[in-house]
Design a protein around this ligand. Structure first.
Ligand SMILES: *Cc1c(COP(=O)(O)O)cnc(C)c1O
Length: 388
C-alpha cells in the first residue's frame, strides 16, 4: 500500500512551495467558451488551434465509425485492433507529411517513448534542445542512449555536442531531436541551420504544435522550409490542431516497419478506438482543403491581433502560443486569477514546467476566437495594475 504519512508529507511540501496542482473539470465546451464550476469562461488554454474538435464533419466521422466498429477497438494493433480507419489515417498522415509511411500511437507521448526506445540504445547518443517536451526527454532516457542537452536554440553548443558525439560514438548512431514550435515559449527551432549542420546525425522533429498550423496546407514547419527530405523522423500529435487524440511518426517505410515490430508502446497497448482515427482523418481532409486555409487565415489574424495588442507589433509572430512573462510565480498566479474573475481562462505556468522566476501566462489563440474576445483579454492584461 502507499505509505500514508509519506504521501501527505510530499503533498504538504508541494503546497508550501506553491506548486500543488488540482484538476479543473469542464462541464461544457462550446467553441472557445467553456463552463468551469458553473461559470462560463473564454478559454485561451486549449491546443485545438483550428477548433476542429468541434467541427461537424469531424464529429460525424466519429459517429459513423462508432456505428460500424463499436467504440473500443478490442485488441492491440498487431492482433485485431487494426481497422479500416487506422490504416486510412496512416496513409493520410504519410500524405500530409510527404513521407512513404506513417504509424499511429495512442498519444504523442507514447509515440516518442516507443520510437526513441525502439531505435536507440546505450551505444548511441541523443542530443536534445533544453526546452524539448517531456516525451522526448523521457524517451531518450528510456532508450539508455548517452544524452547531451544544448541551451534552447543555441547552435554553438549544439555544434560542440555534435563534434563530441562524432568523436565518441564509435559504432553507435547520433540522433538530434527538437520541436518545430516549442510548447512553452511558442518560438520555432532554427531548423534550417540545424539541418545544415547535422552531418551524419539523424534528425527527429516533433511538429506537435506546428501540424495544421504552419506551412502550405498546414503540413508543418518541415514542409514550409522545404526540408522534408532531410528529416529522418517526423513526429506529431493528433490532439492539437487535428482536434482528435493520438500521436504519430512519419518517415521512410523501413523505419515504420521497424517501429511496428519494435516500439513497445505501440505493440503492448490496445489500439485507439476506430472512431478516433476516423475523426482524425476527417480533420486532416479539412486541414489540407479550402476550409483549412480559411481557418488558418482566421487563426493568423487572431495571432497578429493578440501580438499587436500585447505590444509585440515589431516582432513577427511564429505561432499560436504566446508566453506573457511575468517573472514571479505569485504574480503569474494572481494575474491568472484576476483574468478568471473577469471571465477569461488563461493558465499561469510556473516552475517546474518553466525555470524559476520565469513564470508566465500561456495564452493560446484559436481560429474560433472573436476579435472582441482577444481585445477583452489583452485590455485586462495591459491594464492589470489599475484592475488590481
Ligand atoms: C503535446 C505534445 C506532445 C504530446 O502529445 P500527446 O498526444 O498530447 O501525448 C508531444 N510533443 C510536444 C512538443 C507536445 O507539445
Amino acid at each position: 500500500m502507499i505509505n500514508q504519512p509519506e504521501t501527505e508529507e510530499t503533498i504538504a511540501a508541494l503546497r508550501a512551495q506553491g506548486l500543488y496542482r488540482t484538476l479543473n473539470t469542464l462541464t461544457e465546451v462550446n467553441g472557445p467558451i467553456v463552463t468551469v464550476c458553473g461559470r462560463k469562461l473564454v478559454s485561451f488554454a486549449s491546443n485545438d488551434y483550428l477548433g476542429l474538435s468541434q467541427h461537424p464533419a469531424v464529429k460525424q466521422a466519429a459517429i459513423e465509425a462508432i456505428e460500424k466498429f463499436g467504440f473500443g477497438s478490442g485488441a492491440s494493433r498487431l492482433i485485431t485492433g487494426t481497422q479500416t480507419p487506422h490504416s486510412r489515417l496512416e496513409s493520410d498522415l504519410a500524405a500530409l507529411k510527404k513521407t512513404e509511411a506513417a504509424i499511429v500511437f495512442s498519444s504523442g507521448y507514447t509515440a516518442a517513448l516507443g520510437t526513441l526506445s525502439a531505435l536507440f540504445g546505450p551505444k548511441d547518443v541523443i542530443i536534445l534542445d533544453k526546452l524539448s517536451h517531456a516525451c522526448l526527454i523521457d524517451g531518450a532516457r528510456l532508450s539508455g542512449a548517452r544524452l547531451r542537452v544544448f541551451p534552447h536554440n543555441n547552435l554553438e553548443r549544439l555544434a560542440h555536442h555534435l563534434a563530441w558525439a562524432r568523436e565518441t560514438v564509435g559504432e553507435g548512431r547520433v540522433l538530434l531531436a527538437t520541436e518545430a514550435i516549442f510548447s512553452m515559449d511558442g518560438d520555432c527551432a532554427a531548423l534550417q541551420e540545424i539541418a545544415a549542420m547535422k552531418g551524419e546525425a539523424l534528425l527527429l522533429v516533433d511538429e506537435a504544435h506546428a501540424t495544421g498550423v504552419l506551412g502550405p496546407s498546414g503540413r508543418g514547419l518541415v514542409d514550409q522550409l522545404g526540408l522534408s527530405g532531410q528529416i529522418d523522423i517526423q513526429m506529431g500529435t493528433l490532439s492539437k490542431a487535428i482536434g482528435a487524440s493520438g500521436g504519430f511518426v512519419c518517415g521512410p517505410k523501413p523505419l515504420i516497419e521497424l517501429l511496428i515490430n519494435k516500439a513497445r508502446s505501440f505493440i503492448y497497448s490496445t489500439a485507439p478506438p476506430a472512431c478516433v482515427a476516423a475523426a482524425a482523418s476527417a480533420a486532416i481532409q479539412l486541414i489540407v482543403g479550402p476550409e483549412g486555409d480559411q481557418l488558418r487565415d482566421r487563426l493568423w489574424a487572431n495571432i497578429k491581433l493578440l501580438w499587436s495588442r500585447l505590444g509585440q507589433s515589431s516582432v513577427k509572430p511564429v505561432g499560436p502560443i504566446f508566453p506573457y512573462i511575468l517573472g514571479e510565480e505569485k504574480l503569474a498566479v494572481q494575474t491568472a486569477k484576476m483574468l478568471s474573475d473577469s471571465g477569461f481562462l488563461v493558465p499561469a505556468i510556473r516552475y517546474p514546467t518553466v525555470p524559476r522566476g520565469a513564470a508566465r501566462l500561456r495564452i493560446v489563440v484559436s481560429a474560433l476566437h472573436a476579435f472582441q474576445q482577444i481585445e477583452g483579454l489583452t485590455h485586462l492584461i495591459c491594464n492589470r495594475e489599475s484592475a488590481g
